[in-house]
Structure formats: C-alpha cells, structure tokens
Design a protein around this ligand. Structure first.
Ligand code: HEM
Length: 376
C-alpha cells in the first residue's frame, strides 16, 4: 500500500502516480473572517493533512480516544483503513485575494497577475454552483472512503471559517503520470493520458508545470496553477456514433490508442501522413491534432482528471463526464489550448458545466503550513 510524503519541495497530488479515486472540494471563506482566521485554518488543515496522508487520524485522540462528552476529533470512517496513497493538495482562488474589490485578508497585492477568473469560451454552459471558490482541496486515494474521509474532516475543521461551496467525486483516473501506469480510459472509451507529462520528465515539468523562481510572485516558486473543468459528456449521443467516426474525432484508434497515422500507442503522431484517398490520416479537426504542442507553440499541460457519474437526469440519461484537472506553470496555457479546441468536433458531444482556477503554492516544509509564503 502506498504512503506519500506530505512535505516536500512541491505539493503531493500533482506528479504523484495518479490514484484511482478523487474527492475534490471548493470552499468559500465565511463572512467576517480575517487574516488570522485564514492563517489558522491553513495551519489546522496542514496539520490534519500531514497526519491523514500517513494513514493517521486527524489528531492524536482521534475518533474514540477523546472525552465521551465531546464530539470526536476524527469522524472515524477511516479507522482500520490504510493511507491508500492519499494525497491532499491545496490552493487559492482569485476571490481569496479580492472579492468585489475588497481585500479581506490583506493579500491583494500578492495576487499572481495571471490568477483571474477564466475568460468565457465558446459553448460554455457554466453553473455558478459548480464553479469558482476561494480555496480548493484535492484529495486523491486508491480507496474512495479515504478520499471522502479527508474532505469531510477538512470541512469539519473549517467550521466557522470556511464552508463547502461545491464538491465532486471522481473514479477511474483519466491520466497517468508515470510510465509504469497503464493508460486508463475515459467514458468515451478511449485511452486518456498517453501524451501526458510524466513525473520522470523533470525538464518538461520545469518548463510547463512548476512556477520558476524567476516567475512572479516569489511566494509561488515551486508551485503551479490548477484549472478544473467539469465536462459533461452526451454519452447517449456518442454511443450512436460509428467507430470510424469516433476514431476520427479523437485522432487515435479506440482499441490501442495509436495515432491514426499508424504505429502503436506510443508512436508519435505524424500529421503529414495521408490515407488511401489522400486525406490527412489524422483529421485537422481531431482533438489530438488541435491539442498537440506542434500546433500550439509547444504548449503542454499536466492532465490529472477523473471520470464521474452523478446519477442520471430527468430524461433517464446518465449525468456523466470528465472532471478535467490540469496543472500548469501559468493559467494562460490552459486558456490558449481551450481556445485552440474551439473547432474540435468533440464539442458536439461535450458541455463544460463547471470551472475554476487556483494558485497552488509550493510544497510545505515541516513546521510550516501550506501557503505560508503568502503571509511572510
Ligand atoms: C489528448 C480526450 C478535454 C487537452 C487527449 C486524448 C484523448 C482525450 C482520448 C488522446 C490520448 C492522450 O494523449 O491523452 C479528451 C476528452 C475531453 C478532453 C474526452 C473532454 C471530455 C481536453 C481539454 C483539454 C485537453 C479541455 C485542454 C484544454 C489535451 C491534450 C492532449 C489531449 C494537451 C495531448 C495532445 C498531444 O500531445 O497529442 N484528450 N480530452 N483535452 N487532450 Fe484531451
């Protein structure tokens, strides 16, 4: 069973081998809270996260070791369960720095210039109650109960200071961050994560994922930016599309995940290759071509999304899709890629319904707390 360090140069949960389950939560600070409340919350969250990720209860007394006359420190449902590879990752949304022109926590001057609400994109159908938030918590684990336990306890610890704005459960990771992980599949049935940035590729991580010490602001050095997009899939429509058309929409074949220009899953796509009729083997409108670095000035992102099914809607259709998560050195990388995807034929089968962007501070040193540099 895996146990990952909570402390380190970068926060865990970004390049960590992608776990099987996700509980993602967005929080808003409560009215009449001040800088001291925010700092105390981050300290309390850090302490609890540093314990839970090691398979421990949130405090030494835990679920049953405290006074019978008081509510327990830990909610208890993870008793007897291992750490299950739990990682907990934290970050700060644009509204934490400034809300309706008010600098609630004295940090507006520290806001990274690029940390602003994402622009609207063609076809967006965003729901405010599944978007934004002052703070995010991403809990990933190989046991869903362990991930839910983490968010539930952090939410309880936040009582009176921050409250849950929205949250999302995910299963079946849709990416990989190490070469030893087999590429999983999204709910369209395609392998997802083939061309992702891997944890072993430190040059690519430094160029595309980690904020450099030469980037502004200084407190973000070693951090990253997270974009979340809840992307609903029109599953029933997709399921009536011919296989060859599905392949053409993605630009890879459904069985192997090989580019339509030939080879196997890990063969580089050849965008100059043509088929028997002389047409481009990988259509110009395919997802892989539109998202490929070659057509985007070398832009890359680290994808870490999950599948979701939130039951069904009134029409008896699955309420399902991809909870897209990407980490990048600047939110601009996502913005440019998403704009490049505006002509993606896949757009007929998806709807972006939730959105958020957060600054992800660097890793925590023992004795300190997450985001401490922001308050230095
Ligand atoms: C590649 C599916 C949304 C960026 C891929 C691949 C699939 C896929 C099957 C090919 C395998 C791979 O390399 O991982 C989907 C689905 C989406 C979605 C089903 C929505 C429901 C997005 C969004 C972005 C994005 C919103 C960014 C704005 C990329 C990138 C690649 C990729 C950068 C790698 C391209 C390359 O280097 O070849 N996606 N994707 N995808 N996707 Fe998506």
């Amino acid at each position: 069973a895996s146990v990952y360090d909570f402390f380190g140069a970068h926060q865990a949960g970004i390049t960590t081998p992608v776990q099987d389950h996700l509980h993602f939560a967005s929080f808003d600070m409560m009215a009449r809270t001040g800088r001291d409340d925010l700092v105390a919350l981050l300290q309390d969250w850090t302490y609890a996260a540093s314990r839970m990720t090691q398979g421990l209860e949130v405090s030494a007394t835990g679920a049953v070791g405290g006074s019978p006359e008081a509510p327990p420190d830990d909610t208890g449902e993870a008793q007897g369960l291992a750490a299950s590879g739990l990682t907990i990752t934290f970050g700060f949304g644009p509204t934490l720095f400034e809300l309706d022109g008010v600098d609630r926590y004295g940090i507006a001057a520290q806001r990274p210039v690029g940390l602003v609400k994402l622009p609207s994109f063609l076809g967006d159908d965003l729901q405010p109650d599944e978007s934004g938030g002052d703070l995010f918590v991403q809990a990933c684990a190989d046991d869903p109960q362990v991930a839910v336990h983490a968010v539930r306890n952090l939410s309880r610890i936040a009582f009176g200071r921050a409250r849950l704005r929205w949250s999302q459960l995910g299963f079946g990771r849709t990416s990989r961050t190490t070469a030893s992980q087999a590429t999983p599949r999204n709910l369209f049935g395609f392998k997802d994560g083939t061309a992702n940035i891997l944890a072993s590729d430190s040059a690519a991580l430094d160029e595309h994922v980690w904020v450099a010490s030469s980037d502004d602001p200084v407190w973000m050095a070693g951090g990253s930016y997270l974009v979340a997009r809840k992307i609903a899939m029109l599953i029933e429509t997709w399921d009536r599309v011919r296989l060859s058309e599905q392949d053409a929409i993605i630009g890879r074949d459904k069985g192997e995940g090989a580019p339509l220009s030939g080879g196997d899953e890990f063969t580089d796509p050849d965008f100059t290759a043509t088929d028997a009729s002389g047409a481009a083997a990988i259509p110009a409108t395919s997802h892989v071509r539109l998202a490929h670095p070659e057509f985007n000035d070398g832009l890359r992102i680290l994808r870490r999304g999950y599948n979701y099914v939130d039951g069904n809607n009134d029409l008896g259709r699955l309420d399902a899709g991809l909870f897209f998560l990407s980490y990048q050195r600047s939110p601009e990388q996502f913005v440019r890629l998403q704009r490049a995807l505006s002509t993606d034929v896949m757009n007929e089968y998806i709807r972006h319904v939730g959105s958020g962007v957060w600054a992800v501070p660097p890793g925590v040193q023992p004795g300190s707390f997450v985001g401490a540099g922001l308050f230095a």
